[in-house]
Write a protein that binds this ligand. Structure first.
Ligand SMILES: [Zn+2]
Length: 253
């Protein structure tokens, strides 16, 4: 991303004095905020405030690390190149639309000027002042807008060619990000495949080690459940029956 574009974005978000911060940020790696502060001669808090504003707009991102001994956090900052470019695209779109409006208004409406004070008025405000200057009392002249329109059109051309350049940069950045993603996906797929293979091998190895003799396992299975669970109630029933018999016999006697 050309630095002039990034400077323009930062200027738009945080103003001219903070523009210098751009020279000490990076689009590929996170930079320690203390380092940035030192380089542009500001306090860490001042730097952080600027960067927070930029991060609200998505122009930068951060990670934070805790200092284990001191217990506070240090922030590390990175430029989000695509987001910054997209923001610039939006800014330029708005400026271009505004310029179109201005040109149309100059071409279709009348403007007035006090030549002495060099103040301009649109038709409505000129009418409310009765076409006389509120400052010096002079009478208004009709403004010749041709020169203004020429300037506006020049400005419009400049904005449109800048937008084209930014569009190119946006596309470049998108392609770059896509390539990185593809590479990452491939790497992950490869790692997953290797992990699955290793797991399969490990289970196969484990199975081959534990091979229980077949006869033993069958016997065990046969011996298991039914007899135990039913034996108790049967015995109890038998006892009950014999008890009843005895009891009956006794009664008869
Ligand atoms: Zn005047």
């Amino acid at each position: 991303m050309p630095i002039k574009f990034l400077k323009e974005v930062v200027f738009h978000v945080v103003g001219k004095p903070s523009e210098d911060i751009v020279n000490h940020l990076d689009g590929n790696k996170y930079i320690n905020e203390f380092l940035i502060a030192k380089k542009i001669n500001l306090t860490v808090n001042q730097v952080r405030n600027i960067l927070y504003k930029l991060s609200d707009q998505g122009v930068v991102s951060f990670i934070k690390k805790k200092d284990k001994r001191k217990g506070w956090y240090t922030f590390f900052w990175k430029i989000e190149v695509l987001k910054a470019l997209e923001l610039l695209e939006n800014i330029l779109h708005k400026r271009i639309t505004e310029m179109h409006h201005q040109i149309k208004s100059r071409e279709t409406k009348l403007f007035y000027i006090c030549s002495r004070c060099n103040i301009e008025f649109n038709e409505e405000t000129a009418l409310t002042h009765n076409f006389t200057c509120p400052e010096c009392g002079g009478v208004f002249d009709v403004k010749d807008s041709a020169q203004v329109v020429k300037e506006y059109k020049k400005n419009l051309n400049r904005l449109e060619s800048e937008l084209k350049e930014v569009n190119v940069e946006v596309n470049k950045e998108r392609v770059r990000i896509e390539k990185i993603q593809i590479r990452k996906d491939k790497k992950e797929a490869k790692q997953k495949k290797a992990a699955r293979k290793a797991k399969r091998k490990a289970t196969e190895k484990a199975r081959s080690k534990i091979k229980p003799p077949k006869k033993l396992s069958k016997k065990k299975a046969k011996y298991k459940p039914k007899k135990k669970s039913k034996s108790k109630p049967r015995i109890q029933k038998r006892i009950k029956k014999s008890f009843k018999k005895k009891f009956k016999k006794k009664k008869r006697i």
